[in-house]
Design a protein around this ligand. Structure first.
Ligand SMILES: Cc1cc2nc3c(=O)[nH]c(=O)nc-3n(C[C@H](O)[C@H](O)[C@H](O)COP(=O)(O)OP(=O)(O)OC[C@H]3O[C@@H](n4cnc5c(N)ncnc54)[C@H](O)[C@@H]3O)c2cc1C
Length: 463
């Protein structure tokens, strides 16, 4: 529960300006840029602004984000399978901050009229309720890159009983849960209970759902084959449920069919045009009445903007995303930009909004940085017009699908292109090396089925 304890005003970035620089700059000459959200979009904007304004002390740059790291989501499903070690797909935000100031905090409100943002940090005191401190940040230019949260379409029971795949914490919890299910099957004798423990259901036919089901399937089948002699691999049930009639709607129909066929060949059941209607702790019910016993429902059914974004006093699309103009400026608010998953930007090539992908977020970030620099330094703003060079997904061990420069590719080649492409986009050399090492080790060794119980000894004793 939020307990506001203190209120502070913070003067952004002043700490990173040396005293002599600071004295030479009139306060009124300083321009304050505030970037909200340390994901694909926010980090790219930050990097570009820092490069441009590295030695310009009239510009203060600050970033606020909930986590103190940038998460490389395309590799999140591989954390679930254990192919990649948890910390290798995250990079501390401070590693991108040469002069910019970073605040690890939750954004509570944005006031366009006063040009202020309220943020809260949590003071964690051992064994005491959380204590929140509120602070206010002023800005001259604002960049809103707050991504989205999992969309449960109002189904409270599904929200309560499902696992999500959005954050690093989600991947860690899911991995431990899946391994726990296999340990439980080894003990339990009741037939129905064993069946439900061995049934894993993933909902969502987009990239997150398809990549997650591929990795999960590989983890469960490899683990059972290598370690669980008392489980018959034929009893494992991995199911992908999708509300519409095809998976990966972003790719062409034949590539989508190929993906469906390859997932089926690896043992995954696919249920199409049959949305989930309800869930309990041990069952999932579909619209046509089918009920499946399971202890593992993974929800990757889509994203929606956070409430704070939906409630902003500006124009939104039907899904609550902020409508921006061709320069990515929030309509009616000069100097305020929105981009990435939280913004609705019409693609002139298709007439539809750009889909929520990392690739689009990064390209939009380049445009926002360019336009901000032009606004501050003088120059013309450029309208955003990006045509995707391709789209790719990995669908389990050594298999991928994709369209690159208009050419369809699948199988091992697509998987290798996927890996090379995403590896090149990991932010630091250190993380690139660590991921390559993880992938190499995986080629030669059995999966790691260690189940981590993340409690202190004290907590375990009090259970
Ligand atoms: C499992 C998975 C796999 C994916 N695979 C692919 C893929 O293969 N290819 C692809 O192109 N896309 C993929 N995506 C989609 C991609 O991750 C998103 O489109 C991309 O992250 C959007 O970037 P963004 O900067 O808009 O939002 P995000 O990257 O989500 O960043 C939002 C940032 O804002 C912060 N934030 C949000 N609310 C607050 C708040 N109130 N206070 C403080 N901070 C806040 C968050 O902590 C986060 O740092 C995948 C997504 C998932 C979940």
């Amino acid at each position: 529960m939020k307990i506001p304890a203190c209120y502070y005003m913070i003067e952004p970035s002043i700490a990173h300006v040396t005293k002599s620089d600071k004295n030479n700059i009139e306060v009124n000459d300083r321009k304050r840029i505030l970037v909200l959200g340390g994901g694909f979009a926010g980090i790219e904007v930050l990097r570009r602004l820092e490069n441009k304004f590295e030695n310009d002390f009239t510009i203060d740059i600050s970033m606020v984000s909930k986590d103190n790291f940038f998460l490389f989501t395309p590799m999140l499903p591989e954390v679930v399978s254990g192919m990649i070690e948890t910390r290798h797909i995250v990079t501390p935000v401070r590693a991108f901050c040469k002069r910019a100031r970073f605040y690890e905090a939750t954004i509570r409100s944005i006031d366009f009229q006063k040009r202020q943002v309220t943020i809260s940090n949590e003071m964690d005191i051992k064994n005491e309720p959380a204590n929140w401190h509120d602070h206010t940040l002023d800005y001259d230019y604002l960049v809103i890159a707050l991504g989205g949260e999992t969309n449960f379409f109002g189904m409270k029971d599904v929200k309560k009983y499902s696992y999500t795949m959005k954050s690093l914490g989600d991947a860690i919890v899911l991995r431990n849960h899946v391994i726990d299910m296999l340990e439980q099957v080894s003990i339990e004798q009741d037939g129905d209970l064993r069946k439900s423990l061995m049934t894993f259901i993933v909902v969502g036919g987009g990239f997150a759902g398809v990549e997650t089901v591929g990795e999960l399937n590989a983890l469960v089948r490899d683990a059972v084959r290598d370690f669980y002699n008392d489980i018959d691999i034929k009893d494992i049930r991995v199911v992908l449920v999708n509300a519409t009639d095809k998976i990966l709607p972003e790719v062409s129909s034949d590539l989508s069919k190929f993906t469906t066929q390859k997932l089926k060949e690896s043992g995954i059941e696919i249920i199409l045009e049959n949305p989930v209607s309800s869930a309990t702790a041990s069952t999932v019910k579909l619209k046509d009445g089918i009920s499946m016993g399971t202890r593992t429902l993974i929800w990757a059914g889509g994203v929606t903007p956070e409430t704070i974004v939906k409630e902003l006093q500006c124009e939104h699309d039907k899904g609550g995303r902020i409508i921006v103009d061709e320069y990515l400026v929030v309509k009616g608010f000069d100097g305020v930009y929105a981009l990435g998953d939280c913004a609705s930007i019409t693609d002139k090539n298709t007439g539809r909004p750009y889909p929520p992908t990392a690739q689009n977020a990064v390209e939009q970030a380049k445009a926002v940085a360019r336009n901000l620099i032009s606004t501050i330094r003088g120059g013309n703003k450029v309208s955003f017009n990006y045509k995707s060079r391709g789209i790719m997904a990995q669908i389990g061990k050594r298999k991928g699908v994709g369209i690159l420069f208009g050419m369809k590719t699948h199988g091992l080649l697509a998987w290798m292109i996927w890996r090379t492409y995403y590896l090149s986009h990991l932010p630091t050399l250190e993380k690139k090396l660590r991921v390559v090492l993880d992938w190499t080790i995986d080629l030669f060794f059995k999966p790691d089925i260690t189940r981590l119980k993340i409690f202190t000894e004290n907590q375990v004793n009090n259970l």
